[in-house]
Design a binder for this molecule. Structure first.
Ligand code: GS8
Length: 206
């Protein structure tokens, strides 16, 4: 159920890497126990344990996987690309984290997660965050009307990082934020049709 964990799983699947998913029971507070805090002192999932390397922060984990396993599967960092493509990749990774992430995380929490935790969706929060996300997606619409993918002509980590929250959003009435923007919708149809994403999505319990 954890969107941030889905980001890492999506990267592993895209690279075709083997991994073991170790559940951490948030309901019993397993993530606040000393044994887990030794892995992530912030007490949050996901954590990656890759031999000598233990990492937290899903976006950093995903970048590590893309870089460390560059030769396996598609090159999600476009290391052979030109500096303009690399710069665009960096820009859109940041845009995902700084502009897109906060409003969509609040929306998905309010619409999908909160009810599952026994709470009630607050329409005022939905309205405010939908308005914020809409303004961000207007920028995406413009970008994606001129480029097939966020960094340019190729699917990269910048596209992948958007997938977990967008997947959840698409299962809510606020999917209209995507479906009402033709270039954003075409991008979503394209990236969510990737076999690695289909494998990832099949394991998400919504
Ligand atoms: C956020 C991790 C996070 O919020 C990242 O890895 O990207 N910026 C971090 N994890 C949530 C689960 S949703 O994915 C979590 O562990 N919540 C429990 C808590 O905060 O106590």
């Amino acid at each position: 159920m954890s969107t941030n964990t889905v980001r890492v799983v999506a990267t592993l699947n895209e690279k075709g890497l083997d991994y073991e998913l170790v559940p951490v029971d948030l309901r019993t507070g397993a993530h606040k126990q000393p044994s887990f805090l030794a892995l992530n002192p912030f007490g949050q999932i996901p954590v990656l344990d890759d031999g000598d390397i233990v990492l937290f922060e899903s976006r950093a984990i995903s970048r590590y996987i893309a870089s460390e396993y560059k030769e396996t599967g598609p090159d999600l960092l476009r290391s052979g690309g030109g500096s303009a493509e690399t710069a665009a990749l960096e820009v859109w990774l940041e845009v995902e984290s700084q502009q897109f992430g906060p409003p969509i995380a609040d929306l998905v929490f309010e619409l999908s997660i909160k009810p599952l935790l026994g709470g009630t969706t607050d329409p005022a929060v939905v309205e405010k965050q939908a308005e914020k996300l809409g303004k961000v997606l207007d920028v995406y619409e413009e970008r994606l009307s001129k480029n097939k993918y966020l960094a340019g002509d190729h699917y990269t980590l910048a596209d992948l990082h958007h997938m977990p929250y967008t997947f959840y959003l698409m299962a809510t009435p606020q999917a209209k934020l995507v479906t009402s923007r033709p270039s954003v919708l075409a991008w979503w149809h394209d990236i969510s049709a990737r076999p690695a994403w289909k494998k990832t999505a099949a394991s998400i319990p919504i």
